[in-house]
Design a protein around this ligand. Sequence first.
Ligand SMILES: [Zn+2]
Length: 291
Amino acid sequence: MLGGIPGMTGVHLIRSDQPALIDCGTQTSAHVVADAVSHAGIGADDLAWIVLTHVHLDHCGAAGDLARMFPRATVVVHPRGARHLADPSRLVAGTHDLFGRLSPAIGGLEPVAAERIVEAGDGHQVPLGAGRTLRAVWAPGHARHHMALLDEAEGIVFAGDAVGVQMGGGEIYPTIPPPEYDLDAALDSLDRIEALGATRLYVSHYGDVDDPGEAIDLGRRAQAAIGQAARASHAAAPGDAAAMSDAIDSAWPPADALRTPEALTRWMAFNWIDNNLLGLQGMVEREARDA
Ligand SMILES: [Zn+2]
């Protein structure tokens, strides 16, 4: 219910002896998630884990509120994300700068007490009870602190934003936000995710994909085409945003991602395409500085 629109950001609940939420949505939809968890028969003292793929506010904004509502839950996050949960001020300010007038629909993030945060190294296992585990698989690219999560018993992968976005009946299309997007890391992460051999794959925006292998391949080809087009455009005409936007669209036309009215509504609601352009500009400028 991001921005009041259903089907924008997925939150997944694993029902087990130690139930786990994967991601928790924005602060503005915390009550929707809390109601759904209790509707699933999980009491306030029963939720064991809130596991975050990364600390962008559409994934983690409700973490502080939910930690208060589910007082025994431990929040699991990449080590680079942990400090932003404990002190969200910079994260929230940066996000509100990016989204401007849309910020109230996203909300902020209540701090999470440091003693309730567990930092997940690559391969970290979250026990779900009865021998079942959720494995953290570091998958940087979308953000440096992004990770995918593997339900080892079921072979289900929760890919967060690493593979791309598939909303409203559209095709997979990359989500490339500022400030940390890194094409090379993103492509390496897709290889890692592919090697998990998922039987099912969920993308955060939104839900499961028909064929995990095909979705990963599509995400890989789209990110490579778009990222390389951005690099070439920057080399030819540095700082020309319109030229980069055209180059990206001709390298990988977004028509399939936007092919239904439902998809278009969701893509337009939070300036995703504009934010992709900002993410790519940030990447090519960083690469030029580091070269
Ligand atoms: Zn996201």
